[in-house]
Design a protein around this ligand. Structure first.
Ligand code: ADA
Length: 548
């Protein structure tokens, strides 16, 4: 089976007048060229523009194929030899399309990308809506049928027993042999009949996956002449009272929220930058990233699997206002995203939390229904992971009982702008928040932080100075990390990220990064590093290490 990526330089045309993508392609004069993956609105001549970008590549293939696109912004339609074959309705969401590519010869693939706001990506979100193709474009030449969905679940981390749930696509109409190999050893040889089957087996010479020892096994599955290979990690998540456990060991999460954002790449950050961001986080002693506020790239998740960085991945939806929130369309789109995301990224051991609807109206009964429904979709599709949303309704929140982990985004020490310094407010506020969490629920701080303009130094430690951010970050570490009532902490945020000039964002940036947008550390980053060096954050994990 032939598989290849189409990443490279594609033909490009920008229609500045375009508002929505039609189902038929117009006559296009591809007058320039751009990179895929890449964003068209991060550099001249299309910097900051909104419209439709048409990307074209010519590729030699044929027969039954599966085309994968690892995220676009803000939405896209996909055309094969001029014919519409599918939509990418959600920004950042990976999509796959199986179709008959025709005779084996050169074909034209056009991806039309529109970066106007839409009914899931609203203009008031506090992160820039980039236009482009954010991840790789891949083709798999199929024998007609294929495995549409493969879910590998750890059944018992003590014996290395797994279950693989296999769903074939609708083109499979006969019984075929299926095999599973792990690290080159065959563990299952069976017949695959019908559309869906499950297999249980033990991994020979298994090693557990954990943040400290991110051991991966290589799995190869063949169904008739179809095959696919993937990395798997053996690990189990569990809650005991208010505490989180991974493979039976107490787990403490410490890290950052992170946007896919860079001045030169926009949301199409290259694997080299992703890997160096993750190394920076890991070297500091952190083990956790909240992928705020949308689905993540495959390269990011692959790197987290390999480096042992735990991930909260979430659907797109940020502080959505009531007239947009309480519509059927919004609920449908949240549920649809939750299902797609938990299908497509199911096999990444790094993902431990599925999230949705950042900072929603969780004090409202009508919103409670939505939260329950999206939660149920995730849980029905994946009962092995924790599901939550990040709340900023605090004491008023009426939905905390629904989710597996209560997550809050408080900003004590940053608000209260009439004071010169509000850092003394952090401790008492954290005590109040602890009291607001329902008894018996694990609790994490999913965002906390303060703005600092890179290079802005001030002897009086005023707001927006690096000193203020450093002092606040240290106080947060002291308050949260030593206290067992908190299972985790994610600073807002790893690095500065492009937003808009509206909402008081200096230079159009969300400048609460501990690094600036070019990844230069501010004093706050060093302050956290110093804290981690002195105190660590998960003594239990640190002392013991792990054998199996
Ligand atoms: C919220 C939100 C973040 C960011 C942050 C801020 O907590 O979830 O996306 O906008 O506020 O910087 O104010």
């Amino acid at each position: 089976m032939n598989t290849f990526k189409l990443d490279g330089i594609w033909d490009f045309y920008f229609d500045a007048e375009g508002k929505t993508i039609a189902d038929t392609l117009p006559e296009i004069n591809f007058d320039t060229a751009l990179s895929v993956p890449g964003c068209y609105d991060v550099a001249a001549p299309f910097f900051g523009k909104r419209g439709i970008g048409y990307y074209r590549c010519i590729t030699r293939t044929g027969g039954s194929i599966r085309l994968s696109i690892d995220g676009v912004g803000v939405e896209a339609k996909v055309f094969w030899d001029g014919k519409l074959i599918g939509n990418c309705p959600y920004a950042y969401m990976p999509e796959k399309f199986c179709f008959d590519a025709g005779e084996y010869k050169e074909h034209e693939l056009v991806i039309a990308v529109c970066n106007h706001f839409n009914k899931i990506y609203f203009s008031y979100y506090d992160f820039y809506a980039y236009g482009g193709i954010f991840g790789s474009v891949k083709i798999e030449e199929l024998p007609g049928y294929c495995i549409e969905n493969l879910k590998v679940t750890t059944l018992d981390y003590q014996t290395g027993k797994l279950r693989a749930d296999v769903k074939a696509n609708r083109f499979l109409r006969k019984t075929l042999p299926i095999t599973f190999e792990i690290d080159g050893k065959t563990v299952v040889t069976e017949k695959f009949t019908g559309k869906e089957q499950s297999y249980e087996f033990s991994v020979p010479d298994f090693k557990l996956w954990s943040p400290e020892k991110p051991n991966l096994h290589r799995m190869r599955v063949t169904l008739g002449t179809y095959e696919e290979s993937l990395n798997i990690g053996i690990r189990t998540l569990e809650t005991r009272g208010t505490q989180l456990y991974l493979n039976g060991k107490l787990l403490r999460l410490m890290g950052y929220n992170r946007h896919e954002s860079h001045p030169e790449f926009g949301a199409a950050t290259p694997p080299s930058l992703i890997a160096s961001d993750l190394q920076t986080i890991k070297n500091q002693g952190c083990n956790f990233i909240r992928g705020s506020h949308y689905p993540q790239r495959e390269s990011f998740l692959d790197a987290c699997d390999k480096l042992g960085i735990l991930v909260w991945e979430e659907t797109l939806g940020w502080d959505v206002r009531d007239h947009e929130l309480f519509t059927r369309e919004f609920l449908f789109k949240q549920k649809d995203q939750a299902k797609k995301l938990s299908d497509i990224h199911y096999n990444h051991p790094c993902i431990i939390i599925w999230g949705f609807m950042n900072e929603t109206l969780s004090e409202d009964k009508r919103c409670r229904k939505i939260i329950q429904k999206v939660y149920d979709v995730y849980k029905a599709n994946d009962s092995t992971r924790w599901v939550t949303y990040a709340s900023n309704r605090y004491e008023k929140d009426i939905c905390m009982d629904i989710v597996d982990i209560v997550a809050m985004n408080p900003y004590p020490g940053w608000g209260g702008m009439t004071e010169i310094n509000s850092i003394h407010r952090i401790r008492p506020r954290m005590e109040e928040l602890k009291a607001a969490v329902p008894e018996g629920k694990p609790f994490i701080i999913s965002e906390i932080g303060s703005a600092a303009i890179y290079g802005h130094r001030d002897p009086h430690r005023v707001r927006w100075s690096e000193e203020y951010q450093a002092e606040l970050s240290t106080e947060v570490c002291h308050t949260v990390l030593g206290d067992d009532r908190f299972c985790g902490l994610a600073f807002w945020h790893f690095c500065d990220a492009k937003s808009y000039l509206t909402g008081g964002r200096v230079m159009g940036l969300n400048d609460k990064g501990l690094l600036d947008q070019y990844r230069r550390p501010k004093l706050g980053f060093d302050a956290i590093s110093a804290y981690m060096k002195e105190f660590g954050y998960a003594p239990d994990n640190k002392k013991e290490g792990e054998s199996k």
